[in-house]
Each structure stands twice: as structure tokens, then as C-alpha cells.
Design a protein. Structure first.
Length: 288
């Protein structure tokens, strides 16, 4: 099994383009990072995407581009872990290993436009714009490409990402690379917070998951998420509220209670502060 943080792509280190198909009930659910850049298309499934300070939803059709060593996890929603539901999570990923190019990336003028990708580290983006549809099509069919054709299609993907027809919407700021110990700590903390996010969990309880004092944990957590414990917990709860507003006909007050808010007014204020719209407006826009 891959280590929690130092996730290794099981391929030769001489390949610039590497392709992976994920076909399982749920996606790999441990926080991890790797030196290869990553371009992922979600084909089926939904859940929460974490990278640094970013916390948001993913669903079919989304495309994410991650720089080198961006710690991240696509954590599928709880129902995808229920074997009786027989749900599927499908994703196609292309990894770009610029280390395999050696000195060519800095010395070959034909590759000059790719150098900015080689320098990306710790950041992640959501892919938008007119080029998104073409990228989705290439990624969906990438498994059919072989050898030189696969290499050329990989270069084509990077060319589209660089073009004016494509928008890379930054989701986080550059992150410091996590060592394995800190990665394991963050993974335990995230799992605890996700499991108990609707309960009145305390800072002390969460710090215990990292085997740290409250003061040390606050510094550790803020450095890696750029949020306080309270801010991050609030964001987890609002993300779940967004899901319920979109997918159920529960009343707003019932949703507020379910995600851990005992005061409806406080829920409404928190929701608007994080999303810039009220829960009722969000529901109207998202078909709940």
C-alpha cells in the first residue's frame, strides 16, 4: 500500500507521460503528494476535494490540475463506502514527470513554453474556459493512446492548458512540502474532523489526534491550511450543507441542524460569509 504522503506512481522513472484509470467504489482516501504534475478528469462519483487551504466539492465532469508535491485527496462522499449501494467512482489521470526530461526542459527551445509547468509546486487549479471540453474529451479517451501518440496527446493537453482558451482557476496558494510524519498527522486530523464534523468537537480533542498541545497544534494547522481550526470546521459543515441543499428537499433549518448548527441565524450568516450568497439563493441556483 502507498505511504500516506510519499505516494508513488508505479511506473518507470523514464516516462514523461503516465496514465492512470481509477475504477472503484470510492477514490483513494488518504492525503498524499507526489513530484509528478497531475491532470484529473472525474467521470463518475462525487465528494470533497482537499488541497492545502482549499476545501470544495468535486463531481462528474470536473477537471483539476495539480502542481508538483501538492498534498491532496479526493475524498468520496460516505455513501460510496457503503458496499450495499454498489456505487462507482471513475477518474482518468495523466501524470507529467518533468524529471524524466532531464536537462531538455531547460535547454531545448522547443520546450520553452512548458517550463512554467515544470516550476509549478504545491498549487492546484480547477480547469475552466473554452478549452475544457477538448481536455475532457482527450482525458476520457487517453487509455486508447500508445507510445508516441500518448506522448503527443500529453503535450497537446499542456498546450491547451497554456492557451488563452483555457483558464486555470487557482484553488490554493503554494504549499510547503509535507514530510511523512506531518502528512500522517494531517491525515489523522482530517479523518477525525470529517467523521465528527457535525458534532461539537473541540480544539483539544482534535489536537490529541496529532499528539500535540493546543498551542503547537494551532501553529501546525494554520501553517498547512491557512485557516484556524474553527474556520476549517465551519467550512466542512457548510460544504455538507451545500450538498444537502442541492440534493434533498430538507428545509434549511433541518439542514442547519444536521450539519451541526443549533442557531439558524448563525448558520445563515456563516453560509453567506463563505459562499457570498444565502442558503435559499444557493438552493435556487443549484436545483435542490
Amino acid at each position: 500500500m502507498a505511504k500516506v504522503i510519499s505516494f508513488q506512481i508505479p511506473k518507470s522513472n523514464k516516462e514523461f507521460i503516465r496514465f492512470q484509470e481509477d475504477r472503484a467504489p470510492h477514490f483513494y482516501d488518504k492525503l498524499h503528494q507526489h513530484p509528478q504534475l497531475q491532470l484529473t478528469l472525474i467521470l463518475e462519483g462525487k465528494g470533497q476535494f482537499f488541497s492545502g487551504e482549499y476545501l470544495g466539492r468535486f463531481q462528474a465532469g470536473d477537471v483539476f490540475f495539480l502542481g508538483a508535491n501538492a498534498a491532496h485527496v479526493f475524498r468520496s462522499d460516505p455513501e460510496f463506502f457503503d458496499k450495499e449501494r454498489k456505487l462507482s467512482s471513475l477518474g482518468n489521470t495523466v501524470f507529467f514527470d518533468f524529471q524524466a526530461l532531464g536537462k531538455a526542459i531547460s535547454e531545448v527551445e522547443d520546450l520553452a513554453s512548458l517550463r512554467r509547468f515544470a516550476e509549478m509546486s504545491g498549487t492546484c487549479f480547477r480547469v475552466k474556459g473554452q478549452g475544457l471540453e477538448t481536455i475532457q474529451e482527450i482525458l476520457e479517451n487517453f487509455g486508447a493512446f500508445r507510445d508516441l501518440d500518448r506522448f503527443l496527446q500529453g503535450i497537446r493537453l499542456l498546450t491547451i492548458l497554456e492557451s488563452e482558451n483555457c483558464e486555470l482557476l487557482p484553488l490554493n496558494e503554494s504549499q510547503p512540502r509535507l514530510n511523512e510524519r506531518d502528512g500522517a498527522r494531517m491525515n489523522r486530523v482530517m479523518e477525525f474532523m470529517l467523521k465528527n464534523r457535525f458534532e461539537p468537537i473541540t480544539l483539544e480533542q482534535t489536537a490529541d489526534q496529532a499528539n500535540m498541545s493546543k498551542e503547537a497544534f494551532c501553529r501546525f494547522f494554520k501553517l498547512r491550511t491557512r485557516k484556524t481550526f474553527t474556520q476549517y470546521l465551519q467550512q466542512l459543515r457548510i460544504a455538507e450543507a451545500q450538498k444537502l441543499l442541492s440534493e434533498t428537499d430538507l428545509s434549511i433549518s433541518e439542514i442547519a441542524y444536521r450539519v451541526g448548527y443549533e442557531n439558524l441565524s448563525y448558520f445563515n450568516r456563516s453560509f453567506k460569509m463563505l459562499t457570498e450568497i444565502t442558503p435559499s439563493v444557493f438552493r435556487g441556483k443549484n436545483g435542490g
